[in-house]
Design a protein around this ligand. Structure first.
Ligand code: HEM
Length: 406
């Protein structure tokens, strides 16, 4: 290999690690369709939020103590009152955790609306769903760390779920908790998951998600099949107006940065003035295993699946099976959708109805997931929970087969 005197840092790196090629592959010659709107900026917002979670998490880690005797005070006293700007990092972490789910749901349902999970994009979708599942585990394990009342009782309810599995159930619960009851061993293992194992898995899954976008490319507003090579050639020849594609950098990302900036204004407004929505008041009471809170419920983003679990109020076992199925239901979307059409829902009348009824059902489940399970709430919960499963597993194939036949 011949190394010449470099005429700059880029040239120096290029001679050693072919940095220009890397920049081309990752940015300047990575082609994105032109006809997409701000909803396609959600992925980069998610990346920004994940970065904020990691950075704020590092600051919190400097003072947090993963010990049942110390955890509550280390968060509510040391971090919130004693350490300079500790409150700010905590609010950033809590608000980002809540917002990340809002944006994940928007990102997911944008993909459903535009049919971005099919015709070659199945693996992008699967990677995304894995991210959703691991993010859920990350949020659940993080919620346990302040060791408040809701941390403790949510942990008690969720780690008890495997007990319904015949035979091995009780042993499994003990294995998950590391004790017969929720104890110090439970807190420390969930701490390990939250700050170490799960973030590593998330990073690997984000890399996979980005890689899987490369071959089928990002979908567009009309579901149009674009010949990326031909369009990229036009762009490179200088016919940028005619070309149906733009480069990831500088074109796409510069617009994304604008959307991310607007989002960040809203984000820091919430962090400074309305952080309470991201924290449950009951969790400002230390964990007490002798005092069960009147209602135990998760954060807003888990309410819909929690309600599927509770909806089957007459049988805990049926509820558990339904909950397990609901958690992964969307994974099967590319195969439950039997129509080859990739187009926005407003151009697919039957699918449009299916889509909005699904959203409505998820909203009902979310609302009733927070209400106490008594009286009419039980019946509505049951209808919405059964409705969800039927809508995804039966109505979607029926609707899309009808669409195909048309
Ligand atoms: C932290 C988590 C995630 C990150 C950082 C992320 C990032 C991205 C980015 C940057 C894109 C390309 C541009 C865009 O459409 O926004 C994208 C596309 C996509 N993502 Fe994600 N994503 C995440 C989670 C998910 C989840 C949970 C799902 C679904 C279950 C998902 C499904 C998809 C699909 C189907 C596309 C292709 C969209 C299209 O072709 O139009 N992603 N993601």
């Amino acid at each position: 290999m011949e190394v010449k005197k470099a005429n700059g840092v880029i040239d120096w790196l290029d001679q050693r690690i072919a940095i220009k090629k890397v920049i081309e592959v990752l940015a300047t010659k990575y082609w994105v369709p032109k006809n997409i709107n701000f909803l396609w900026a959600m992925g980069v917002i998610l990346l920004t939020l994940f970065t904020l979670l990691v950075v704020s998490g590092f600051f919190l880690l400097m003072y947090y103590k993963p010990d049942t005797k110390l955890a509550f005070d280390s968060v509510n006293d040391t971090i919130m009152r004693e350490v300079a700007f500790g409150w700010l990092w905590r609010h950033i972490h809590a608000v980002a955790a809540s917002m990340v789910f809002l944006i994940i749901y928007i990102h997911m349902f944008v993909a459903v609306y535009y049919g971005s999970y099919k015709r070659g994009r199945e693996v992008i979708w699967i990677g995304g769903m894995l991210l959703f599942v691991v993010f859920s585990a990350e949020a659940f394990s993080g919620y346990m760390l302040p060791w408040g009342q809701m941390s403790f009782w949510a942990a008690a309810v969720i780690t008890n779920l495997p007990s319904a599995i015949p035979g091995i159930g009780p042993d499994l619960v003990e294995w998950v908790r590391g004790n017969f009851v929720i104890a110090d061993s439970t807190l420390t293992r969930f701490f390990m998951l939250h700050v170490c194992l799960l973030p590593i898995v998330i990073l690997m899954l984000i890399a996979l998600h980005f890689y899987t976008l490369r071959v089928p490319h990002v979908n567009n507003e009309n579901g149009e099949e674009i010949d990326f090579e031909a369009e990229a050639k036009k762009y490179e020849e200088g016919k940028k107006k005619e070309a149906k594609v733009i480069s990831f950098w500088p074109d796409f990302l510069s617009k994304d940065i604008f959307v991310v900036s607007v989002f960040m204004m809203l984000f820091f407004y919430l962090v400074c003035y309305h952080f309470n929505f991201a924290m449950d008041p009951i969790n400002f009471e230390p964990a007490n295993n002798m005092k069960t809170p009147a209602h135990i419920y998760p954060e807003w983003y888990f309410l819909w699946s929690y309600e599927v679990l509770r909806g089957f109020f007459f049988s805990a076992d049926v509820g558990l099976i339904a909950f397990g199925i609901a958690q992964v239901a969307f994974l099967f979307l590319p195969w439950l959708d039997r129509s080859p059409i990739v187009a926005p829902a407003h151009k697919r009348p039957l699918f449009m109805i299916w889509f909005w009824v699904l959203i409505l059902d998820l909203v009902v489940l979310t609302i009733f997931g927070k209400l106490p399970p008594e009286g009419i709430n039980n019946q509505i919960g049951l209808v919405a929970a059964v409705g969800f499963l039927v809508w995804v597993f039966v109505a979607l194939p029926v609707v899309t087969i009808m669409e195909r036949k048309k």
